[in-house]
Design a protein around this ligand. Structure first.
Ligand SMILES: C[S@@+](CC[C@H](N)C(=O)[O-])C[C@H]1O[C@@H](n2cnc3c(N)ncnc32)[C@H](O)[C@@H]1O
Length: 505
């Protein structure tokens, strides 16, 4: 059990700082290629890169990042304030004779948000990188993974009073939220996860994170928040004998019901105008698209919600099962793998599931009638996935601003094409006029859209001088089309382009 003793956490943080235990220093110690290999769960190249170094940084890296037992004397030297006994008292290692054996990982995690670069130290359970593989325990507490970083990057970089982090795990979303919030309530059903979250808050010198035990919204009954963030246990898992129920990823419900419950519950826990951001899976069942099912959940919410749901990928049932069986540490080819795969495919077949979508959900407690209902598939690579939060904040502000304008008011404004927008024209060989005009966005979601000559001309003329109405009038003359009809086509497009960040006010 991790044991969040404040003075020992401070001592560990001081010792790690003194040793230069930082992402950049460590990457320099073992090299860029070995660092990339860590991302593929290979520790050998990095351990080779450390060679026979016996300084504090190398000792701590072997012990805390890669899970390799170290001599007690070396650990005592590397942790001059805490010592190996202190590390054991924190529940992060055991000491037997001359050996210190890690029972957790402690890793630096660099990040970048609107306030600049930063780095956390995050403790969590021993993972595949540190253990070398094998099935996980069902009460395993996850460290910072790809999904954690995705959600951390999606969090809006704007001030908030109170934030709820539902299913906090090691507490990484709570740490991220606290950079912009006065107070964070972090909940989990796992006592071990909550102790890691407390320990990590202490290690990072972050106060005002309160860890509470309980399922879903139970620990915050009757309370409201300005923000809710959650990387919930959304993994779809068959309820069959022999299938492990991992706390870190599986909420114990059938199919995608856990995500449906989160959607159903957030509204009453948000302040008016408050925003929930979470990740999820949703099934396409019996021909009904996953995104449409999410829309139906949102529409059933007892509290009216604005919604922006972005499906990033979808997998067929075999791919989905393969991915999560592998994630649990069971390798293909074994009888266990075959049994699990059968259970997953039976489960999907029972509900007529043909694919599973994964994506981001943003819900806002509407003030008045909801004005935002976007359910979209965004499969392209995103230029800066870690920095989407500021794009989302700008997109929401642009949505609200344009929604307040009548078409007549919009026509009187001057707009500008965003600086990251470029245009590509494709011609069939020998033809003078383009057959396809493409507008591309360098930042944000990295969208591209095909534009007709009127829309391309409109965006090209948005330089902050002519009003929207003047541009439409000039284009109508140039293209010899009816001005009202052109306005009827271009104004809704301009509104979308403002929200997507191709145009700015
Ligand atoms: C995927 S992990 C997310 C951890 C962390 N927030 C992150 O972003 O990396 C999901 C967390 O939800 C917790 N959990 C599982 N079932 C839950 C429930 N019914 N209510 C609240 N939390 C739950 C798990 O213990 C786990 O810590």
């Amino acid at each position: 059990m991790p044991n969040p003793i404040p003075e020992l956490c401070r001592a560990l943080a001081d010792d790690l700082r003194l040793a230069g235990f930082r992402s950049e220093t460590l990457r320099a110690a073992w090299g860029v290629e070995a660092d990339d290999a860590i991302g593929r769960t290979l520790r050998t190249p990095a351990l080779r890169g450390l060679g026979d170094r016996d300084d504090a940084l190398a000792t701590l890296a072997r012990l805390l990042i890669f899970g390799v037992a170290q001599p007690a004397a070396a650990v005592d030297a590397a942790l001059p304030e805490l010592g190996s006994a202190g590390l054991a008292a924190l529940g992060l290692a055991t000491v037997a004779g001359d050996d210190v054996t890690p029972t957790a990982t402690v890793r630096p995690q660099s990040f970048h948000d609107d306030r600049g670069p930063g780095e956390w130290i995050v403790a969590a359970d021993i993972d595949e990188l540190a253990s070398g593989g094998g099935p996980l325990d069902t009460d395993y507490v996850l460290g910072v993974g790809g999904a954690s970083l995705t959600l951390a990057g999606l969090q809006l970089p704007t001030s908030a009073g109170r934030v709820l982090d539902l299913g906090t795990g090691c507490g990484v979303q709570a740490l991220r939220a606290r950079r912009y919030a006065d107070q964070v309530v972090a909940t989990d059903i796992s006592a071990r996860a909550l102790d890691y979250a407390r320990l990590n808050a202490l290690l990072n010198g972050t106060d005002a994170i309160e860890a509470r035990d309980g399922s879903l919204f139970e620990p915050v009954a009757g309370e409201t928040f300005d923000r809710i963030v959650s990387n919930p246990p959304f993994v779809i898992t068959p309820r069959a004998t022999g299938v492990p129920e991992y706390e870190y990823r599986d909420g114990g419900l059938v199919g995608d019901a856990l995500v449906e419950r989160v959607v159903a519950g957030v509204g009453e826990h948000l302040e008016p105008g408050g925003i929930a951001q979470f990740l999820g899976n949703w099934e396409t069942r019996g021909g009904e698209r996953g995104l449409d099912r999410v829309r139906a959940w949102v529409e059933r919410s007892p509290v009216p919600l604005d919604a922006w749901v972005v499906e990033r990928e979808h997998l067929n049932p075999i791919e989905y099962a393969e991915m999560w069986i592998r994630d649990g540490g069971t390798v293909p080819g074994s009888p266990e793998h075959d049994a699990l795969l059968t259970a997953w495919l039976d489960d999907f077949a029972a509900r007529g599931v043909t694919s599973v979508g994964f994506g981001y959900v943003l819900l806002r407690r509407a003030v008045g009638e909801p004005t935002l209902a976007r359910y979209e598939s965004v499969p392209q690579p995103i230029p800066s996935e870690g920095g989407l939060g500021s794009h989302l904040a700008a997109a929401l502000a642009a949505h609200d601003a344009q929604a307040r304008l009548t078409d007549a008011q919009l026509s009187m404004l001057t707009l500008r094409a965003a600086p990251d927008v470029t245009e590509a024209r494709h011609h069939t060989p020998g033809s003078e006029n383009p057959t396809v005009i493409e507008l591309r966005q360098g930042g944000g979601f990295g969208r591209s859209l095909s534009a007709d000559p009127a829309l391309a001309g409109f965006v090209g003329a948005c330089g902050g001088e002519l009003t929207v109405g003047q541009i439409v009038g000039a284009l109508a003359q140039l293209l010899e089309v009816d001005e009202d009809a052109l306005s009827g086509a271009l104004l809704p497009a301009a509104r979308e382009l403002l929200v997507d960040g191709f145009l700015t006010f």
